[in-house]
Design a binder for this molecule. Sequence first.
Ligand SMILES: Nc1nc2c(c(=O)[nH]1)N(C=O)[C@@H](CNc1ccc(C(=O)N[C@@H](CCC(=O)O)C(=O)O)cc1)CN2
Ligand SMILES: Nc1ncnc2c1ncn2[C@@H]1O[C@H](COP(=O)(O)OP(=O)(O)OP(=O)(O)O)[C@@H](O)[C@H]1O
Length: 203
Amino acid sequence: MSGTDDAKRRLRRELLAVRSRLTGEDARETAAVLARHALLLPELAGAGTVAAYVSVGKEPGTRALLEELRARGTRVLLPVLLPDDDLDWAVYEGPDSLAEVGRAGRLTLREPSGPRLGPEAVTGVDAVLLPGLAADRAGRRLGRGGGSYDRVLARLAAAGADPALLVLLHDHELLAEVPAEPHDRPVHVVLTPSGPHRVRGRG
Ligand SMILES: Nc1nc2c(c(=O)[nH]1)N(C=O)[C@@H](CNc1ccc(C(=O)N[C@@H](CCC(=O)O)C(=O)O)cc1)CN2
Ligand SMILES: Nc1ncnc2c1ncn2[C@@H]1O[C@H](COP(=O)(O)OP(=O)(O)OP(=O)(O)O)[C@@H](O)[C@H]1O
C-alpha cells in the first residue's frame, strides 16, 4: 500500500467518526442551506441534465435539492451501484420512485427504479454532484474509497466531456489539504453550508 493510500484510509476513518457524531438536526439544517446555495449556482441553473445522488446517513442532505431540480425541469440522473462498484444511471422520477438497496457491510442506499441508461450516460450531463468525505481548495476530493467516482471522472475525460463538478460537504470537511494520487481528478466547486468555494483556475 502506498503512503498516500494509507493517509487516505486514516483520514476517511477520522472523517466518518466525526460525521457519526452529527445529529439529525445538523443534517436537516445542512440539507436546507445546501439546497438554497446550490439552486443559485450558474452551473446548476443552466444545466439541462445533472448527475446527482441520494444522500444517506450523515452525508449533507440532497433530497430537497433533487426535488427542486426536478421541479424546475432539470433532468436528474441517479447512480445505481454495480457489483464491481462502477456506477450505472437512471432518471430520478420523484421520492416514491426510489428503492432501498442494502448490501452487506454497507450503508443502505436509495436507488432509482426506472430503466438503466448504462455507465456511459454520465458523459452526457452538464453537471455532476459528487459525494465525498473531504476536499481542499485545490479541488482534490476524498471519496469513500470504492473508486466509483474516480471511474466516472476517468470516463468523462475519455469521452472529452467537461461537465461542472461539484462536491457537497459539511463545513469542517473542507480541509487545508487532501492527499491525492495521480488518478485523482479535481472538482470545480466545493459546496458547503457556508457557500460555494470555487477552485481557482477551474470553471
Ligand atoms: N449517497 C451516496 N450514494 C452513493 C455513493 C455515496 O458515497 N453516497 N457512492 C459513492 O461512491 C456510490 C455507492 N458507493 C458506496 C460505497 C461505500 C459505502 C459504504 O457504506 N461504506 C462504508 C464503509 C464500508 C465500505 O467501505 O465498504 C461507510 O462509508 O461507512 C456506501 C456506498 C453511489 N451512490
Ligand atoms: N479509472 C479507474 N478505474 C478503475 N479503478 C480506479 C480508477 N481510478 C481509481 N481507481 C481505483 O479505485 C480505488 C479507490 O480510489 P480512491 O482511494 O482515490 O477513491 P476515492 O476517490 O476516495 O473514492 P470514490 O471515487 O469512490 O469516491 C483505488 O484502488 C484506485 O486504484
